[in-house]
Each structure stands twice: as C-alpha cells, then as structure tokens.
Design a protein around this ligand. Structure first.
Ligand SMILES: O=C(O)[C@@H](CO)OP(=O)(O)O
Length: 206
C-alpha cells in the first residue's frame, strides 16, 4: 500500500515580497508565487505522483497554489477540503508591519523570537506552539487516517502550519523545529509506514 503525503507551502505572496508580517491576512500570490506553484505541479507530475484528495487552508494564497498544482497535474476533479486549522500562524498586532521596521523598533533578537521561537507569542498573536495546538489535531484526525488507508494526500498550506506537521513527521524537538525553514512552493513528499511514521522522504529531483 502506498501511504503518500505531500506538503507544499504556498508560492510567494504579495506580503512575502513586501516583507510584511502576514499571518491570517488574506493576500494573493505574486507572479513569482504563481510561477512557483506551476513549477511545483510540474515537479510532482514529473515524479510520477498523483493524489486522491487535497487539503488546504481558508486563505487564498494556499488555495490558489493548490488549484494551480492540481491543474498542472490534471487532477482538478479530486476532492478539496479547506479548513482554517491549516491557516498560517496569526501574527496578531504585528500583522501588516514591515519585518525590518519591526527589527529597528524592537531589535533583531526580539523579532527572531516572535518569528521562530516555539512558545513565545507575538503580541496578540499565536506562538508556534499555539499553531501546533490547532493544526496537529486536525492532521491526526482528518488527514493521517486517509493516508494510512492508502489515499494519496496533498496538503497546500503555510510555513508555520506545515511546521506543525513536519515537527512530528521529522521528529523535531521544540529547539530544532524553529530552525526548519519551509520554502515557498517546494513540495515535501513522504511515504508513511503503517504506524504513521515516515518510511521514506522522496527526492523529487532524482
Ligand atoms: O509573515 C508570515 O505570515 C510568515 C510566513 O510568510 O512569515 P515568517 O516566515 O516570518 O513566520
């Protein structure tokens, strides 16, 4: 049985390009982000992969990325399940602020802590731990069971919501997960074992 799970972060967004804290702000993809989504679809298809169901967040940048990938793979007829549990971490009061301006105002170290610590929340927002608390239960209850019974699943989501899933699959600690960056538009593909652990991480460049 093929227990296939692919994760992909949305392509570059308008606010990624402007270096703004984005979180739950529903911004669109840039031309580069659209091109990244097309490239991801081509790469997944060229690797001979296919999917039976797809999941994404309630935010346009992830939904649009998924639509482009599925179009490239001629999979526009598979079910798509959208849920805010897969949304990006909420950056609260920092949403819309320029990250360099934030560094100038509060210092490099404080901004790094807000962006990449495990359990320190940005003001009015979610820590990575808070994001894990909503994303991981959703993965375990809605996504993992499908993979374990042989449905090939594609998830298009966000850097910090995907970290919540990658943290478990790649067996990260709270210290190592904050160093795990997830690039825009680059698929991560796992074959799971029957016990839901990772049996293999596929190299799509092979
Ligand atoms: O601003 C955001 O929402 C996120 C993802 O773009 O940024 P960061 O990688 O800094 O958490």
């Amino acid at each position: 049985m093929d227990r296939l799970l692919a994760l992909v972060r949305h392509g570059q967004s308008d606010w990624n390009l402007k270096n703004l804290f984005t979180g739950w702000e529903n911004v669109g993809l840039t031309e580069k982000g659209i091109a990244e989504a097309h490239a991801a679809g081509k790469m997944l298809k060229a690797a001979g992969l296919t999917f039976d169901v797809a999941f994404t967040s309630a935010l346009t940048r992830a939904q649009h990325t998924l639509d482009i990938i599925l179009d490239e793979m001629a999979l526009t007829s598979i079910p798509i399940i959208r849920d805010e549990a897969l949304n990006e971490r909420d950056y609260g009061d920092l949403t819309g602020l320029n990250k360099d301006d934030a560094r100038a105002k509060w210092g490099e170290e404080q901004v790094h802590i807000w962006r990449r610590s495990y359990d320190v929340s940005p003001p009015g927002g979610e820590s990575l731990k808070d994001t894990v608390a909503r994303t991981l239960p959703y993965y375990v209850s809605e996504i993992q069971p499908r993979v374990l019974r042989g449905e090939r699943v594609l998830v298009a989501a966000h850097g910090n919501s995907l970290r919540s899933i990658v943290m478990v699959l790649e067996r990260h600690s709270r210290d190592t997960i904050v160093k795990r960056e997830i690039a825009t538009g680059e698929p991560i593909v796992y074959r799971l074992a029957a016990d839901s652990t990772v049996a293999e991480t596929l190299d799509l460049t092979a």
